[in-house]
Design a protein around this ligand. Structure first.
Ligand SMILES: [Zn+2]
Length: 428
């Protein structure tokens, strides 16, 4: 980071404080709930109106035919672009505009965007409408300070990150929308002094144990699939979880507990299905002939997915070898490779220098326990110079009374504006 310029950005961002608060509130007040994917067009048009009025080129793009896209819930995305008068690199800020369901336990209006003691409350406040607003204010302040900057700035607001990103970043990357991009910052809530280099891998699968239906009064005439699944869970307790806990990664994953391999059982279903709401009758006596679990295995950059899958198959085969009548099926649902950007990548070193200058401390490098849209930029877009950096506290994401701190947004906007200055003015 160069000190060639007097600090014109800090006052330009400070004077936009009210605008930043209003913008964040306006975004929270558009309930872009996913599922099913509400108000995507509304939020994209709102942002388009703001950016176009300031001379940004805007593209409004519907990811037609992607999962969930339909007439009622179309998957809309926005890319806004500011080109400088000189050639140079393209710096892209990507935020998802969707938010997860509200859930229970709120003491504030989830879409009221109340400002209380420097905090703005609401679903999506930290994940990640606050980050989106901070990147917009950063870019607008930067353009005001350096209208003659080199290259271009892009700000995208994309659909469906919370449900895999297939109608958002994955779709844009497949279209080639990252082909000309040089640097990507995703303002997810990783905190203003941390640079998130990537995330662990994911494998979701469904395991089914099979039995034979019979009358519940004579279970010895059938074969209970739930008991077979019990054997699977028992074996997992005895051999799998200890094995996973012992696998440690060099990735700086936060929180600390996620620095091991993990496996969650997302769901278990067996036997009679749940009675419909309002049904007051009794169940019929049957031996369950099917039992299914959904597993969510998070793996490390040191592991490969074939080994991860073989571990589970091996466990099931061990049970089959000793347990009479045991049979199973396993079905892949979803997988994502781990991603970790190099610490020497230009977007990393530039952001680290900006954090040092704005906050007076060294940036901390972290890796996210769960995935986010960086996977698509990395794998489909083939762009490895990508990080997540943004205001907010990760543990508040998806929680009741989610909030974003105004000063945190201001500080991270200062960092983002300095990154732009370094990449599009100093170095260009
Ligand atoms: Zn998010």
């Amino acid at each position: 980071m160069s000190d060639d310029f007097p600090d014109t950005l800090t006052p330009l961002i400070a004077e936009r404080r009210g605008d930043l608060i209003r913008l964040t509130q306006d975004l929270i007040r558009i309930p872009t709930l996913n599922p099913p994917g509400r108000n995507y067009l509304q939020i994209c048009e709102f942002l388009q109106a703001r950016m176009a009025a300031q001379g940004w080129e805007c593209e409004l793009l519907r990811a037609t035919g992607t999962p969930g896209d339909c007439a009622e819930y179309p998957r809309w995305n926005l890319i806004a672009r500011h080109r400088g008068p000189r050639p140079g690199p393209c710096v892209h800020f990507n935020s998802h505009h969707d938010v997860v369901e509200v859930g229970h336990g709120w003491t504030r209006d989830p879409f009221g965007a109340e400002l209380v003691d420097d905090r703005i409350y609401g679903r999506g406040a930290c994940d990640m409408k606050g980050g989106l607003a901070a990147s917009i204010i950063a870019a607008e302040a930067f353009v005001a300070a350096h209208p003659d900057h080199a290259g271009s700035i892009e700000i995208s607001a994309t659909a469906d990150e919370e449900s895999g990103g297939f109608g958002g970043v994955a779709w844009l990357a497949a279209r080639g929308d990252f082909a000309h991009v040089d640097h990507v910052i995703i303002p997810e809530p990783l905190h203003k002094d941390q640079i998130c280099l990537g995330h662990r891998g994911v494998w979701w699968a469904e395991i089914e144990t099979q039995g034979r239906i019979a009358h519940g009064s004579m279970p010895f005439l059938g074969d209970c699939a739930v008991r077979h699944m019990g054997a699977v869970l028992d074996e997992m307790e005895r051999s799998l979880w200890p094995l996973l806990a012992a696998k440690r990664t060099e990735m700086p994953v936060i929180p600390e507990g996620a620095r091991s391999s993990t496996l969650n059982i997302n769901a278990i279903h067996g036997g009679a299905s749940e009675p419909p709401e309002g049904f007051t009758g009794l169940p019929a006596p049957c031996v369950p002939d099917r039992c299914r679990i959904t597993i969510d295995r998070r793996f490390l950059i040191e592991e490969d997915i074939a080994t991860v899958k073989a571990e589970i198959a091996g466990l099931l085969d061990r049970i089959r070898a000793t347990r009479p009548g045991f049979s199973y099926e396993i079905r892949d649902l979803f997988e994502v490779q781990p991603v970790m950007t190099d610490r020497d990548a230009p977007v990393v070193t530039t952001t680290a220098a900006a954090i040092r200058r704005v906050l007076g401390r060294q940036a901390r490098y972290v890796v996210s326990p769960g995935t986010y849209d960086q996977k698509h930029i990395d794998r489909i877009g083939k762009l490895h110079n990508c990080i997540a950096y943004g205001p907010g506290i990760l543990s508040l994401a998806h929680q009741p009374d989610e909030w974003i701190g105004v000063q945190d947004m201001i500080d991270s906007a200062r960092v983002m504006a300095l990154v732009l200055q370094d990449l599009l003015v100093t170095a260009a």
